[in-house]
Write a protein that binds this ligand. Sequence first.
Ligand code: UDP
Ligand code: MG
Length: 333
Amino acid sequence: MAAPLSHRAGPAPGKTALISYVLPVYNEQDSIRRFHQELTAVLDRRPEYSYELIYVNDGSRDASLELLSDLAKNDPRVRVVDFARNFGHQIAITAGLDEAGGDAVIIMDTDLQDPPAVSLELIDAWRDGAEIVHARRRTRRDTLFKRATAHLFYRLLRSSTEVEIPLDTGDFRLLDRRAADELRRFRERSRFVRGMVAAMGFRQSEVLFDRDQRVAGETKYPLRKMAGLAIDGVTGFSTAPLRLITRLGFVVLALSLAGIGYAVAMKFFRPDITVSGWTMMMVVVLFLGGTQMLSLGVLGSYIGRIYAEVQGRPLYIVRQVVSGGDDGERAGG
Ligand code: UDP
Ligand code: MG
């Protein structure tokens, strides 16, 4: 029997590996040039790879697009995907992934909060065999409010979802070609990319880094958008809110039955203090309340199933198919 060959992440021997960078841009006119300079300077430190830099202009209203077009003119490695309007960060990185053809794909912000030098560490971890490498924040230099809400968000997410979403990890990460291809099969509209990555499996590892301040401009994730992302994260990866209704239904129904028993007992044993009509009213109200809440729970559990079906996620993810005689690279998708 042939020994099982493991799918080997990392650069294939004998040819220059291509690394794609997916770089979402929304109103970053004041940081984009500096970002590009720093990134390209860092890339010169790993001349053994070739690179493509895919900037996704997510409907910027400032001069970002002109600046990006300039970069593309002067650097053949640059490609710009220009959105017709602002579709949001999660969609922007999805479009970048669709466009990326590299042996590894790195997703990072363009405001220099994700230091370009750290992306080399991601590449090194990939070279050593990791299929997905998360860049995890050791520290971050944001406002207290942002740090506190983010801290809470990651803990809430972890306790309510079924997949193990890594703590303090944004979208800064590297995906091996196989993992990137699989991620592209997740086509749901309310996107929470880091959750989908966590749900895929693969050999995942992490690199710690210190998150810098934004070099210019302000965050494009105000509280409203952060809350939206948090809701997409929780509802996209758990049916906990729906299950809550079912549980509540059982509790309310039990209490209602007890209340009905009490109302009927009062009528028979203490007719002197029971107002006429009270028993009937209590029985009807409690019965309706209890059964309605439980029915909502039943509806909820069906809606949960419908939701999971319409998300249309892949049922399983194959890393490779090993058979005698071939080199194990015939991974199915
Ligand atoms: N971004 C985007 N579309 C948006 C919002 C943000 O492409 O609608 C980009 C933005 O240009 C940046 C990255 O996503 O490169 C992260 O955004 P930001 O730095 O504002 O988020 P924060 O770091 O404050 O969480
Ligand atoms: Mg930022």
